[in-house]
Design a protein around this ligand. Structure first.
Ligand code: BTN
Length: 249
């Protein structure tokens, strides 16, 4: 099913099985075979990659597993987190359209529903001295899978109670992604940031976090220009990069 887009997903490679769609997308870039918006879609990854060097596991044929190649050359390296915001919001738009009004984004870009993870995003950028050159945006979204190895995962079907059409959802996701990406490209960063914060899991609520060996109680107050999490702990604001803080859920 082709998406109704200008460029997102108009070039699409479907691989029944592959190691990782992000790695396949990387190969397409190296071989100069990809135009902006090119998508690599698969039913099954044998070495799916997640953030923090984790693996990404998903039951074959039941979920959304894809990578999109973008060229956000208009984005300064120091503003690269705005791409994470735009992509997170696009996936969130899809979830909300499917009736998951309460879905949220867990910083930096996990999709959550009631303390459970629905999906994740792995963005790999290549940069020049000033701006982004290419971004490989990998999206894994649990759609029809009902059984998970870990208790903290869930899926759209588990929440809504019916199986969904994965192909139709992929097409819709690409439409929503193009819309958000065009907002980013036209400089609507304040809008994106506002919506991202409004959708942020645990925003302005006191919760426990792991910082090194220490457990701290803190309140998320925002995200800075570099994408660091602003956490208020004992009345003081601290900024954490991705690997420096973990949520205790
Ligand atoms: C995370 O939550 O840690 C990010 C998960 C990202 C998974 C997707 S699935 C498609 C793409 N290919 C990969 O190898 N990873 C991403």
């Amino acid at each position: 099913m082709l998406p109704n887009t200008l460029f997102m997903g108009q070039q699409l490679f479907f691989l029944p099985v592959c190691e990782s769609t992000n790695s396949e997308a990387q190969q397409l870039l190296i071989k100069n075979k990809a135009t902006e918006g090119c998508v690599v879609l698969t039913d099954e990854q044998t070495r799916g990659r997640g953030q923090r060097g984790n693996s990404w596991e998903a039951a074959p044929g039941k979920n959304i597993t894809l990578s999109v190649i973008l060229s956000p050359v208009f984005l300064a390296v120091r503003h690269q987190f705005y791409l994470n915001m735009a992509v997170s919001l696009a996936v969130l738009d899809l979830l909300r359209e499917q009736g998951l009004e309460q879905a949220q984004v867990k910083w930096p870009n996990d999709l959550y529903f009631e303390d459970k993870k629905l999906g994740g995003i792995l963005i790999e950028n290549t940069v020049t001295s000033h701006s982004l050159q290419h971004s490989i945006v990998g999206i894994g979204l649990n759609v029809n899978q009902l059984h998970f190895g870990i208790g903290t995962a869930t899926s759209l079907a588990a929440v809504v109670g019916t199986q969904l059409d994965v192909k139709r959802l992929v097409a819709r996701l690409l439409e929503l992604l193009e819309k958000r990406y065009l907002e980013l490209r036209s400089g609507k960063v304040d809008k994106l940031k506002y919506e991202y914060l409004r959708a942020l899991y645990r925003y302005q609520e006191p919760h426990d976090y792991q910082v090194g060996q220490e457990k701290v109680r803190g309140c998320i107050m925002g995200v800075d220009e570099d994408g660091r999490l602003a956490l208020e702990v004992a009345g003081e604001l601290h900024y954490f990069a991705f690997k420096e803080v973990a949520y205790i859920i």
